[in-house]
Design a protein around this ligand. Structure first.
Ligand code: IPE
Ligand code: IPE
Ligand code: MG
Length: 227
């Protein structure tokens, strides 16, 4: 059984390369992260014109805590600013925010802001899932532990307890900036996802690049192990 694709319901992006974007220009890394936020903003704005149900963005990994404290502070500051400035636009544009990962252990004020953002966007129909303090191995371990309290641990029961349980199946996983690895992102969900690795650094990634990626996806033949 092969599936001709056409349309991707769920696209995820590993937004990589902010640091190198800045370095290339002799700028501090934080400027790269700022530009990266602008790229997110443009992409979210473009969602209304795209025929996808869910866009999942890897914003901060559980391993990113290994970075220097000042860079982590910059990232958290940018996150606060982004939520504050763009939340009204999310609501106006029918976006439903979803957060995956261990986000409840972020700073209390960020948790409060996110809870408010989730409540305000609850009626939206286009899902923007943001992976915050996210690690896929940890997610799978949590899901397996939760599944075990309810009965036999099977692939289906684990899947039902993943943070992504209520999202459409992952169709396309994109990573920017030339690295060809998953860095602990959606390991389970990517089992049969199509992958696309592009050289573009994240701050340079535009809605047009996402459309190009969707065109590329539409030409692929998925087999899911069949023939
Ligand atoms: C991605 O850009 C942003 C985060 C991981 C938060 P990087 O900061 O990883 O940029 P590079 O990989 O060093 O260029
Ligand atoms: C993955 O990028 C995490 C995010 C994009 C948020 P990293 O830059 O942290 O990944 P590695 O360290 O190069 O694998
Ligand atoms: Mg990186």
């Amino acid at each position: 059984m092969t599936t001709s694709n056409g349309r991707a319901r769920h696209v995820a992006i590993i937004m990589d390369g902010n640091g190198r974007w800045a370095k290339q220009r002799g700028l501090p890394r934080v400027i790269g992260h700022r530009k990266g936020v602008e790229a997110v903003r443009e992409l979210v704005r473009s969602l209304a014109n795209l025929d996808i149900e869910c866009l999942t963005l890897y914003a901060f990994s559980s391993e990113n805590w290994k970075r220097p404290e000042d860079e982590i502070d910059d990232l958290m500051t940018l996150m606060r600013r982004f939520i504050r400035s763009d939340l009204p636009e999310f609501v106006a544009n029918d976006v439903r925010l979803k957060i995956i990962g261990d986000w409840r252990s972020l700073a209390p004020d960020i948790v409060d802001m996110l809870e408010d953002a989730l409540a305000q966007t609850a009626k939206g129909s286009r899902i923007l899932a943001v992976a915050l303090n996210y690690g896929s191995q940890q997610e799978i371990a949590r899901a397996a532990a939760a599944a075990a309290t309810k009965g036999p641990v099977t692939a289906d029961s684990i899947a039902a307890h993943l943070d992504t349980a209520d999202l459409p199946p992952l169709d396309l996983l994109i990573r920017t900036s030339g690295e060809v690895r998953l860095s602990n992102f959606l390991l389970w969900q990517a089992a049969y996802a199509e992958m696309l690795f592009v050289e573009t650094r994240w701050p340079d990634f535009t809605p047009r690049d996402l459309i190009t990626a969707l065109d590329n996806f539409a030409k692929r033949e998925r087999r899911f192990g069949g023939r």
